[in-house]
Write a protein that binds this ligand. Structure first.
Ligand SMILES: Cc1cc2nc3c(=O)[nH]c(=O)nc-3n(C[C@H](O)[C@H](O)[C@H](O)COP(=O)(O)OP(=O)(O)OC[C@H]3O[C@@H](n4cnc5c(N)ncnc54)[C@H](O)[C@@H]3O)c2cc1C
Length: 388
C-alpha cells in the first residue's frame, strides 16, 4: 500500500523476495529454508537473522468456523475479500464475534454501508479493560448507532441456515449473511519455537531491550516479539504498529554496530468508534492490582472545550495511581474529540515515571477552544490525589 516491492529493490538495493515462505531456521548451519509460492525450495545463509513474522488472527475454536461466509480481518487480502462481498449487495446483516478495536472499527464501517450488525462475546462485561463509566459511554454510542451488543453469549457453533449463517448460542441464535471473527491475534512464533528460541508472554518471542532473542545472532521485532512494560518493568505482549516500526529500526542499528536499547511500551492505544475516541495508556485498575501495586482509581467527567465555549461536549477521564509510592500507573480517556492526542501526555508521564502529584503540577496548554483551564487530565489527577 505504502511502498511497492520494486521500490525497495531499485531505490534501497534490498534483495526483497515476495512469495518466499520461510519454513525452517537451521541455527547450526546458519541458514533459513523454505518454499516459494510456485513450490520451489530455497536455502538462504545468514550472519544475523531478524524474525519479523507478525501476528496471526485467531480462528474461533467453533464447529463451522471454516464455513464460507466466516471471515477474519488481518491482511489486505482479507480486507479486499470482505469489501468485494459487501459491494455485491447480498449482505444485509453481519454478526461480529469479539468486541476489541478491530471489531469496533468494523461495525462502524458496516453501519456506514447501512448493514445491520450484531456483536457478541462470551464474557459478561463489555470492554472489561475500560473503567466502567467510560465503557458505558462506548456501549451507549454503539446502541445509538443501531448495533446489537450481546455480552455473555457463548457461541456453540456456526451453521449454514436459510442461505446465510447462524451463530448458535445456548440461549439465542443470531443470523446474518456474514460472520466476522475478530477474536484477537496470536504471535507467529512457530519458526522461533521450532528453532529452540525462548518464548515469553502469550508465546511471543522473548527479546532483550536490544531485540536479541535467546540466540544473540537472531533478533525479533514487531508483533511476533515481546517487550518490557515501562510501568511494571515486566515482560508484556502488546502488538501495535509504533512498537513494530521502532523495533525494526532498532534492530537495523544493532545489526550495523550501533547499540540501541529500547525502553519498552506503555500500552498506549487509541481507536474511534462512530463519534467517540477511546484512548488508553498504562495499566487499568485490575492490571495494576495484578502487578502488585496498591491501585486507586478516579473517574471524572469534564469538557472538550471551556464550559462557556460553543460546541463543547463531555470528556470522560479515568486514572489509576499507586497508593504506596504515589506513582501514576495509567489513564483512559473517552470523548467526541481531544481524547486521542491528550492520552500522549499521560503516556510520556508513564515513561518518565511521574507520581500523580508531579503529573498534577504539569503545565498543560489552555485556550477555550481546546479545553477548560484545568485540562481534564489534571482535574482527574487532582481527584485521584485526594482519593490516594
Ligand atoms: C485491522 C487491523 C487494524 C489495525 N490498526 C492498528 C492501529 O490503528 N494502530 C496500531 O498501532 N496498530 C494497528 N494494527 C496492528 C498493526 O497492523 C501491527 O502491529 C503491525 O502491522 C505489526 O507489524 P509487523 O511487521 O510486526 O507484522 P506484519 O505487518 O503482520 O508483517 C509480518 C510479515 O511477515 C510475513 N511472514 C509471516 N510468516 C512468514 C514466513 N514464515 N516467511 C516469510 N514471511 C513471513 C507476513 O507475510 C507479513 O508480511 C492493526 C491491525 C489490524 C489487523
Amino acid at each position: 500500500m505504502v511502498r511497492r516491492a520494486e521500490a525497495f529493490r531499485a531505490k534501497q538495493g534490498i534483495d526483497l523476495r515476495t512469495g518466499h515462505r520461510v519454513e525452517v531456521i537451521d541455527r547450526k548451519r546458519r541458514v533459513v529454508q523454505g518454499a516459494t509460492r510456485e513450490g520451489q525450495g530455497f536455502t538462504q545463509p545468514y550472519d544475523r537473522l531478524l524474525i519479523a513474522t507478525g501476528a496471526a488472527a485467531v480462528n474461533p475454536a467453533l464447529p463451522g468456523a471454516d464455513l464460507p461466509g466466516v471471515h477474519r480481518l488481518k491482511t489486505l487480502e482479507d480486507g479486499r475479500r470482505i469489501k468485494a462481498l459487501l459491494s455485491g449487495g447480498g449482505v444485509r446483516r453481519v454478526i461480529v464475534l469479539g468486541m476489541g478495536y478491530v471489531a469496533m472499527e468494523m461495525v462502524e464501517s458496516l453501519r456506514a454501508l447501512d448493514i445491520e450488525v450484531d456483536m457478541l462475546k462470551p464474557g459478561p462485561a463489555f470492554m472489561p479493560w475500560l473503567a466502567p463509566e467510560l465503557a458505558s459511554v462506548v456501549h451507549a454510542e454503539l446502541g445509538a448507532n443501531g448495533i446489537g451488543v450481546h455480552t455473555g453469549l457463548r457461541p456453540q457453533r456456526i451453521e449454514a441456515a436459510g442461505g446465510g449463517l447462524a451463530v448458535v448460542c445456548p440461549d439465542a441464535t443470531l443470523s446474518g449473511q456474514m460472520v466476522l471473527a475478530a477474536v484477537g491475534v496470536a504471535p507467529r512464533s512457530g519458526l522461533a519455537q521450532e528453532a529452540g528460541l525462548a518464548l515469553s508472554v502469550a508465546n511471543s518471542i522473548a527479546v532483550d531491550p536490544t531485540l536479541r532473542t535467546s540466540d544473540p545472532d537472531i533478533f525479533g521485532a514487531g508483533d511476533c516479539a515481546d517487550a518490557y512494560h515501562v510501568v511494571t518493568g515486566r515482560k508484556t505482549w502488546i502488538p501495535l504498529a509504533l512498537r513494530a516500526n521502532r523495533t525494526g529500526w532498532a534492530v537495523a542499528d544493532n545489526v550495523c554496530g550501533e547499540t540501541v536499547a529500547l525502553h519498552g511500551v506503555a500500552g498506549t492505544a487509541v481507536f474511534r468508534v462512530f463519534g467517540l475516541e477511546v484512548a488508553r495508556t498504562g495499566l487499568n485498575i485490575a492490571e495494576a492490582g495484578e502487578a502488585g501495586f496498591e491501585p486507586v482509581e478516579a473517574t471524572i467527567t469534564s469538557s472538550t472545550k471551556a464550559h462557556s465555549f460553543p460546541g463543547a461536549s463531555a470528556l470522560w477521564v479515568s486514572a489509576v495511581g499507586d497508593r504506596k509510592k504515589g506513582r501514576l500507573l495509567g489513564m483512559q480517556i473517552v470523548g467526541r474529540e481531544g481524547a486521542a492526542h491528550r492520552i500522549n501526555g499521560a503516556a510520556v508521564a508513564l515513561h518518565a515515571g511521574l507520581t500523580v502529584a508531579q503529573f498534577f503540577q504539569a503545565d498543560l496548554a489552555y485556550a477555550p477552544p481546546f479545553g477548560p483551564a484545568w485540562d481534564p487530565m489534571l482535574t482527574c489527577a487532582g481527584q485521584l490525589l485526594k482519593k490516594m
